[in-house]
Design a protein around this ligand. Structure first.
Ligand SMILES: Cc1cc2nc3c(=O)[nH]c(=O)nc-3n(C[C@H](O)[C@H](O)[C@H](O)COP(=O)(O)OP(=O)(O)OC[C@H]3O[C@@H](n4cnc5c(N)ncnc54)[C@H](O)[C@@H]3O)c2cc1C
Length: 176
């Protein structure tokens, strides 16, 4: 359930402040950790989809040959493995920066935004490559695709992470 909360004329004593800061900033600080985890999780979903699409297209035959032997299918597989490799390296680099306390919120935004985006595109492509079977729950591509549609929105939408990166590189916020 996602809910719209509204508060009117609410007054609280100072003792109700969240500990360790002047307010909400402390609580929202956990988001960088959650988004870092999502950046890696999205890579895992993309790898699962790629693996299924590769196995499927090597086993499904047309005109006596596996569909993996056709150039259009190989182009899709090559694009998937290319994007997965870049996302893995992005996450690895972010992890190394995190160890040095240099994983700034904008860097975490970049990884979350990119990795969820490519994982979603890979899931959509994988669903397509399985044909009608891509719509069945017998295979996992459809499940990953639906989940990644939600992940694109939660923990900061793709748009909002774009604006965070835009602000980081220009110094000018464009949120509203
Ligand atoms: C499965 C799921 C689980 C969730 N779990 C949690 C949770 O545990 N805790 C929690 O607090 N929230 C949770 N959320 C909520 C989630 O964080 C919000 O849905 C998300 O931040 C987007 O807010 P919204 O739905 O109000 O969309 P809106 O803010 O109405 O955005 C709608 C669209 O407008 C765009 N947009 C909004 N503002 C701007 C702007 N200034 N400039 C340009 N474009 C803009 C957005 O990118 C989006 O495309 C969850 C959501 C989902 C789907």
């Amino acid at each position: 359930v996602t809910s719209d909360l509204s508060f009117q004329e609410v007054r609280l004593p100072d003792s109700a402040l969240l500990p360790g800061s002047s307010g909400l900033k402390r609580a929202l600080g956990c988001l960088s950790q959650a988004r870092y985890g999502i950046a890696w999780g999205a890579v895992g979903a993309a790898m699962a989809v790629y693996d299924e699409a590769l196995t499927y297209t090597k086993n499904r035959t047309q005109f006596g040959k596996p569909i993996a032997s056709f150039q259009l299918v190989q182009r899709k597989l090559a694009w998937m493995v290319n994007e997965i490799t870049k996302a893995q390296l992005l996450s690895l680099r972010l992890g190394r920066l995190k160890e040095d306390n240099k994983a700034s919120p904008a860097r975490v935004s970049l990884a979350k935004m990119n990795n969820v985006n490519i994982a979603l595109e890979i899931a959509r492509l994988g669903r397509d490559m399985l044909g009608a079977n891509g719509t069945h729950d017998e295979y996992q591509v459809g499940r990953h695709m639906c989940n990644l549609e939600a992940v694109k929105t939660y923990e900061g939408t793709h748009d909002i992470h774009t604006l965070i990166i835009g602000e980081d590189v220009t110094g000018i916020p464009a949120f509203g």
